[in-house]
Design a binder for this molecule. Structure first.
Ligand code: NAD
Ligand code: UD1
Length: 333
């Protein structure tokens, strides 16, 4: 079965393409390389011995996308392509709405024109806004606190409307919690340009000596040690969740929505402690003020994904740091 993977050279996309190949799927990657590099295709080949088809194309260019789909004839789509930096989305909302929404509309139109009915979409725990309680279940109220989150929520709404109009579609909305870590080979992982915004990439750069210390954003949250609590999931586990979702779509379930997390919340200080253990030295940090927009706690109720698609994360926090650090060191060389 051939799968079109938009954003397939990106962080989560590349790990998922590896899993697709390992599970006997053919993949066709479409990526405009705005936040990834073409050499990822070769890294995927080094890991799997299979070089996936790759097209440098932009979802905003509907004609090119249409040509690729007509030529490759994929049977299903996994849609990762999108811009994802929360702070940048506040500064450049039109860029985010245009890229994420228009890109998705083009993709869905091309799918419709070519009779493709199955899609897995990368949503985010950000659609829960400021949750009233944890763990978070899929039927909790949805809201957006920034343009990035708004694009995720709008795309979810577009997919729900599309399903109402065409119940022969099969749609899996996957709400990722906090993906971290890297492939165990050290060949693919997350390597953000500039100073990272997210916790684990920032910690990696502190450990690598590129940044002096971690700024812990607030120690006065309503959590066990006052620092923010999140549900970190190894990107390899997350990639596996897409295979489970595709298998579910093959049973023609209509529209389904699942949290992909571990169900365990770790605080920023838990993260510092675990990574220091992996490094064999203390990771330097300073307690600073809160980051605007941050919430106290966010972790998943994972029972629905477990029940309906048999998904359960297997890797622990130590694996996430060992593999992430291995990638960071390989990327430095
Ligand atoms: P990423 O930036 O590494 O990958 C996204 C890829 O999409 C990049 O390779 C980029 O070049 C490509 N892209 C962007 N706009 C495009 C366009 N118009 N046409 C073609 N290609 C385009 O990000 P990621 O971390 O792998 O995230 C993948 C998806 O998962 C995104 O939709 C993101 O919003 C979502 N998500 C990510 C996280 C996270 O923490 N990483 C959490 C929740 C949801
Ligand atoms: C961020 C995004 C969210 C996105 C998620 C997954 C923001 C405001 N939110 O969430 O939309 O879905 O990533 O990609 O950017 N922290 C520090 N110091 C740092 C960085 C982070 O203490 O240098 C803390 C934060 O306060 C938070 C935790 O670490 O408590 C995790 O932060 P981060 O990795 O940015 O993820 P989220 O805030 O969960």
């Amino acid at each position: 079965m051939k799968i079109l993977v938009t954003g397939g050279t990106g962080y989560i996309g590349s790990h998922t393409v590896v899993r697709l190949i390992e599970n006997g799927f053919d993949s066709v990657i479409v990526d405009n390389l705005s936040n990834s590099k073409e050499d990822v295709v070769d890294k995927i080949r080094q890991i799997t011995n299979v070089r996936p088809a790759f097209y440098k194309a932009d979802l905003l260019d509907k004609e090119s996308l249409s040509e690729i789909v007509k030529k490759e004839k994929p049977e299903a789509v996994i849609h990762f392509a999108g811009l994802k930096a929360v702070g940048e989305s506040v500064a450049l909302p039109l860029k985010y709405y245009h890229n994420n929404i228009t890109g998705t509309l083009h993709l869905l139109e091309v799918m419709q024109e070519n009779g493709i009915k199955d899609i897995v979409f990368s949503s985010s725990a950000t659609v829960y806004g400021k949750p009233e309680s944890v763990p978070i279940k899929e039927d909790f109220p949805l809201s957006a606190t920034n343009p990035y989150g708004a694009t995720k929520l709008m795309i979810e709404d577009i997919l729900r409307d599309l399903y109402k109009a065409d119940p022969t579609m099969n749609i899996a909305i996957l709400r990722y919690f906090n993906p971290v870590g890297a492939h165990k080979s050290g060949l693919i992982g997350e390597n953000p340009n500039g100073i990272p915004n997210n916790l684990v990439p920032y910690m990696m750069q502190v450990a690598a000596g590129k940044l002096e210390y971690l700024r812990v954003f607030g120690d006065d949250y309503n959590t066990k040690d006052g620092t923010g609590v999140r549900d970190y999931i190894h990107v390899e586990d997350l990639a596996g969740g897409h295979i489970s979702a595709l298998k579910k779509l093959a049973q023609r379930p209509g529209i389904v929505t699942y949290n992909l997390g571990t169900g365990i919340g770790y605080s920023v200080l838990d993260m510092v402690k675990e990574f220091s253990g992996v490094l064999g030295r203390e990771l330097p940090y300073k307690i600073c003020g809160r980051r605007p927009g941050d919430i106290d706690e966010c972790y998943a109720d994972t029972s629905l994904a477990k029940k309906e698609i048999g998904f359960a994360a297997e890797k622990n926090l130590k694996d996430m740091f060992v593999d992430g650090w291995n990638f960071q060191k390989t990327a430095e060389r």
